[in-house]
Each structure stands twice: as C-alpha cells, then as structure tokens.
Design a protein around this ligand. Sequence first.
Ligand SMILES: *Cc1c(COP(=O)(O)O)cnc(C)c1O
Length: 246
Amino acid sequence: MATIAHNLQAVIRRIARAAEAAGRETESVALLAVTKSHPAAAIEEAVVAGQRVFGENYVQEAVEKMDILAQQLGERRARELEWHLIGPPQSNKTKIVAERFAWVHTIERERIARRLSEQRPAHLPPLNVLIQLNVSGEPSKSGVAPGDAAALARIVAGLARLRLRGLMAIPEPTPNVERQRKQFRVARGLFERLRADGLDLDTLSMGMSDDLEAAIAEGATLVRIGTAIFGARERRAALAPALKEG
Ligand SMILES: *Cc1c(COP(=O)(O)O)cnc(C)c1O
C-alpha cells in the first residue's frame, strides 16, 4: 500500500509549485500532516515515507495514537515526531496538551493560554503556540476577531512557558480563489503588523487540501493537509467509541 507515500509526494510537489509561483523558497512552507480520524497505522506509513510533523484535532484521540506509535516505532523514533494540536484545547485537557504536544494552533482565550503555560513541564522547551484568527467574520466560527488579536498576542507573548510563533486561520470554504485569498490576506496583514510592532513571529498556519495554493500565494509558512494525503475521513460519529472525547 504505497498510496500514502504517493499522496505525500504529490502534496510536496503541489507545495513546491505554489511556492515557486509565488516567488518563494519551497523550504519556507512546512507541511503539517493532519491525521484526525485516521488510524495509527496510516501515520506510521507517513513516517516511513519521511513525514515527521503531525496535526490532530482531538486530544484523547491524539494521545492514544501517540502511545500506539511509541510501541510500533519504538520510543526513540516516536520521540522524533512533532505533534501539533489544531482543534480547541478544552480547559479540562490543558495538562495533557501541555505535556504531550509541541505546538497548539488554537489559542483564542487568555485563560487557556495561562493554564498551558503553568502546566508545561519544566523539562520540555516552551510550548509553541499560535493565535487562531476568525477571518471569515462569521460569529459562530472559532478564533479571535482580527481587532482583538493584538491585545491577546501581547499577553500570550509574555507567558513564561509559551512561545508565541504566529497566527492560524481557517477561512470559510469557498471554491472562489479570490475569496480564499481575501481571507488569507486578513491573516497575513495582521501577522505583518504584529511583527512590525516588535513581536518575534515566524509562523502563519493556513491552507488545507483544497486551498493550499491560495494560502501559499498569501504567505502561509505552514499548511495543514489531511484529505490529500490520507483520503476522505469518516464522520466522527462513525468512529470507535474509544476515539470519542471523554
Ligand atoms: C481537518 C483539518 C485540516 C485538514 O483539512 P483537509 O481539508 O482534510 O486537508 C486542517 N486544519 C484543521 C484545523 C482541520 O481541522
């Protein structure tokens, strides 16, 4: 079954072409492989194909797979993997998140950021975090309003055990590339303003399977790709009970 390895190469080529079209270095765009709802065996295939950086949305599901991979790959190889949380860090799970993840893309509340900082174990480097922006303007969507992001960024940047690396955005899905780009531009504009204000940011997490080209054209430094690598996901309700959030 070489499908995952094949898909991974195809995505890496898409990223390279998009970067080239934007006049950017391929190396300026990192690939986060998004594995929610896919089994540990699929992650293992991606690891064998050379991928090291993985994103999960649900804490319990992620930790179960991390433990399986530690057995399958061995502790040492499993430790080389880098895990990013890209779903909301519920307040009753911040301790596990602080202990098991290297990055959290979904900071939108000061209270959660403070807990993550307090709970980050002393033997680990600071937890890398991104502030999630609501770029579509729909009130139902996650993320902070662009107008509120600078104040939260100042607070998060001052927390001892967190390292604020930048911003994350999930635009409203649309096949219209100009509308995709317009939403990504909101994130990029704010990212540049925060940097001009003196925050040391290097990561703009935006772009998924269907819009990675538009995101890279607008300056994404990390794209989060699931479907194009691992295939379509089953709906969560169809997953085994063990994978449901406790
Ligand atoms: C599921 C998910 C992705 C991956 O989306 P695809 O369309 O499958 O590439 C990226 N980012 C977030 C926040 C997600 O929840």
